[in-house]
Design a protein around this ligand. Sequence first.
Ligand code: SAH
Length: 351
Amino acid sequence: MVIKCEENKIDILSLTLDELTDEILKLGEKKFRAKQIFSWLHVKNVSSFSEMTNLSIQLREKLEKVFYLKPLLICKRLDSKVDNTIKYLYELSDGSHIESVVMEYSYGNTICVSTQVGCKMGCRFCASTIAGFKRNLLPSEILQQIYTAKSDSGRDISGVVLMGIGEPLDNYDNVVCFLQLLSCPDGFGMSLRHVSVSTCGIVPRIYDLSKLNLGITLSISLHAPKDKSRSEIMPINNRYHLDELMTACRSYFAHTGRRISFEYALINGHNDSYADAKNLAMLLDNFMCHVNIIPVNKIKERGYTSDRKSAYKFQQYLNELGVNATVRRTLGSDIDAACGQLRREYEVSES
Ligand code: SAH
C-alpha cells in the first residue's frame, strides 16, 4: 500500500514487493535492488537504511530522502516470572502507545498484536476501549510490532494473533495489506494458517474476508448466546444481531472450509449459567467450530469477575451438550498481559 508519511515520504515497510519495485524503477535503479531492500526490511528486519550494507552509500542516501522508515520505540518491556510471556509497550512516531504480547507455547512463540490505537467498539469488559479511539495502525506499524519483538527478545515468532488493542475488521484494508506482507515468500514468509484474526463481529467485513480465502483462522468474540445479553456488553450487537453474525460465520466456513473459533469471556452472573450454555449450544448447533472460554480479566473501571473454576464448570456444561470447548490458558498473569491494560495504566499515570 502506498502511504505518504512525514515530509511526504513513502512508508516503505507498507509497500508490497511489486509496489516497492515500481518505486525503485522510478528512482532509475535496477529492479533487483527492490528485492534486496525488501529482504533487508522483511527478512533481516533492519530499522534503518544505513544497515543495508550491500547497497552503495549514494543509494542509501537516496532511499533516506524518498522513503520513511523509523523503528518502534520500546517504552516498556515486562517479563513474566511465571511463564515466559513478554509484554511490550511501544511508542509510535506520533507519541501514541500500543501493546504486543509474546507468548511461549510448546510449538513456538505466538505474538498478539494491536491493530488500532484505542478502539471504537465499546465492549463493556475491555480495557482497550475505555479511552476511546485515536487512529488506525498502518500495515507497517502492525508488522513492526512483530519485527521489533523478534529482534529484541531474540525469539523466533511462529504465530500471530490479531487480538491486541483495536478491532482488526474496523481497519480492514490495512490489516489485509499487513497479512499480505507478513505472508510474502520474499519477506517474513509466515503461513497464514498460523495467523488468527479476532473480531467482535463486523458482518460485512466477514463476507469480504471470506472472499479473499486467506487461510487465516477467524475468531469471533461472541461472549453471549442471546441478543439481549450480548447487546448489554457489546454495542456492536445492536448493529449486527446474532442471526446475521451466525449467517456470516456459516458462509465464511462454507467458502473457506476453515473452522471458526468462538471466544467466550465468562462473566460471573452474566453469561455463565447452564441456561447460557444451552442457548450457546443451540446457537452453534451443527456448526463446525470451537469455543474458547476465557475467565474475564478484571479491569479496574468495571466490576466484572470470573475464575477458572467457573470456566471449567461452563466447559463441562458445553461438552455435555456436545459443543467442543476449551478453557484458554492464562499467560503472563503477573504482568497484566491482557490487551489494553498496560497502555491504559501508562496513559492514566502520565496525565
Ligand atoms: N476487537 C477484536 C480483537 C481485540 S480483543 C475482538 O473483539 O475480537 C481480543 C479478545 O480479548 C476478544 O475476544 C475480546 O473480547 C477479549 N477481551 C477483551 N477484554 C477482555 C477481558 N477483560 N477479559 C477477557 N477477554 C477480554
